[in-house]
Design a protein around this ligand. Structure first.
Ligand code: CMP
Length: 430
């Protein structure tokens, strides 16, 4: 069995995409320009046919995902394949040309047309590649969009060349470039009018009209789509900008002080710079319970490594606490806790620094940095905050609410001991 998301399958799909592209370009081209294939082209055709036939066998032997699970059962794989891409693959793989030799005859060239169908498989590859390669899905979609647009222009140009009257000795490559030019100007609704259908040949007129109508429709569709595709390349940035813009407009309309607007603006910039605008807790809440712990462990890895009380702590404590830690950000000058207020949570510093200051703000008792914690005394002794905590820098903190704190203290004596010792020492220092 071949692994559906493995390296081999990925390179094989790339190879098939390349072969399909060759067919989609060369088959209509040869049909209208009618050149006799040389040995290299025969060789290329043979390789394409062999690849397409092999592809069918490989499909039957590749594991697939059904209901979120990898399936190796040959019967299930075969039935899924027969119901989906098999017909397209079969039509593209049958070497019909053998029945219509010689290779320069029209029936031979027509018999090659079904091979073009293979390009449709790119839609299937796209879905897979969005997961396997680390490329932005928006970029893959945009690439595919331009790919099919290019092929469309090529096909329409070939159709135009086919119905045009071309002098017997004309340079066909030059004629093809002219057709491409006609097609591009018509499809993009520019229509310079320097290459126009012959008024005496209704077929050319009708073809032009159809392409004009299709072009006008497609043009609007393309412009609309490209805007969305471009916007979607960086969904996170778009969301973040929307959020920040909404707040900025709100503050402007309410005529908030410039200094506050500036601080909020800087706060959003900081959010983008440090976490690309993502809200960890919103993403965690969206996940099923089974993933939450693993996610939270990875997200909060830094803080668990930095805070001494968590290092070497009981794994069960880590498991309980990691899901209760809530990330929060404070900007320079913010009062995170104020002397005398009731405290309902404590904080761990992931990044940044804070000052522990007296009620009047004159005396600085201590400066706390990465890995330190504060706000534990109010929770332990059930008393109001005994100092004010001021952010001196942008601070990435994690808060732990009183309920979770109480549970941890009750169940894990080591944790309780460490926190109590720290609190006692701090109170002694005052
Ligand atoms: P709490 O009283 O909840 O709120 C203010 C916090 O400041 C307090 O908990 C301690 O965590 C912290 N704190 C108070 N005094 C000191 C100190 N001398 N050194 C470090 N931190 C302190």
């Amino acid at each position: 069995m071949i692994q559906g998301n493995g390296k081999f399958r990925y390179f094989w799909d790339l190879w098939i995409a390349l072969a399909a592209t060759y067919c989609a370009i060369e088959i209509p081209f040869r049909l209208v320009i009618n050149y006799y294939p040389d040995q290299i082209l025969f060789f290329a055709d043979a390789i394409v046919i062999l690849s397409f036939i092999t592809d069918i066998f490989i499909q039957f032997k590749t594991t697939i995902i059904v209901n979120g699970k990898w399936v190796k059962d040959g019967k299930i794989i075969a039935s899924a394949y027969l119901k989906s891409w098999f017909v397209v693959d079969l039509l593209a793989a049958i070497p019909l040309g053998f029945f219509f030799l010689p290779a320069s005859s029209l029936p031979f060239m027509l018999s090659r047309l079904p091979k073009i169908l293979k390009v449709l498989r790119l839609f299937n590859f796209k879905n897979k590649w969005e997961y396997t390669i680390k490329l932005n899905p928006g970029l893959i979609r945009l690439g595919l969009f331009f790919y099919f647009m290019g092929l469309g222009v090529h096909w329409i140009s070939c159709g135009w060349l086919n119905i045009r009257l071309v002098d017997a000795g004309a340079d066909m490559i030059k004629e093809y470039v002219k057709a491409l030019y006609w097609c591009t100007t018509t499809v993009t609704t520019i229509g310079y009018g320097d290459i126009t259908p012959d008024r005496e040949r209704p077929l050319e007129m009708i073809y032009t009209m159809v392409i004009q109508v299709l072009g006008a429709g497609a043009y609007g569709y393309i412009i609309g789509n490209i805007a969305t595709l471009l916007a979607n390349i960086d969904i996170a940035k778009v969301h973040h900008r929307e959020r920040a813009d909404r707040v900025n407009t709100f503050m402007r309309s309410k005529k908030f002080p410039e200094a506050l607007q500036e601080r909020v603006h800087n706060y959003y910039n900081y959010l983008w710079a440090t976490r690309e605008g993502y809200d960890d807790s919103a993403i965690l809440n969206d996940l099923p319970e089974s993933f939450k712990f693993e996610f939270a462990l990875l997200l909060n890895k830094n803080i668990l490594e930095k805070v001494p009380v968590f290092k070497g702590a009981d794994p069960n404590l880590i498991k309980e606490i990691v899901l209760c830690l809530n990330p929060c950000v404070f900007t320079p000058g913010d009062a995170i806790c104020t002397f005398g207020e009731l405290g309902d949570k404590m904080f761990f510093i992931n990044k940044g620094s804070v000052e522990v200051v007296s009620e009047d703000g004159q005396k600085v008792y201590a400066t706390l940095k990465d890995g330190d914690f504060f706000g534990e005394i109010a929770l332990l002794l059930m008393q109001p905050r005994n100092a004010t905590i001021r952010a001196t820098d942008y601070c990435d903190l994690y808060s732990l609410d009183k309920d979770s704190f109480d549970k941890a203290i009750a169940h894990y004596p080591d944790f309780e001991k460490h926190i109590k010792e720290m609190a006692e020492e701090r109170m002694r220092l005052r």
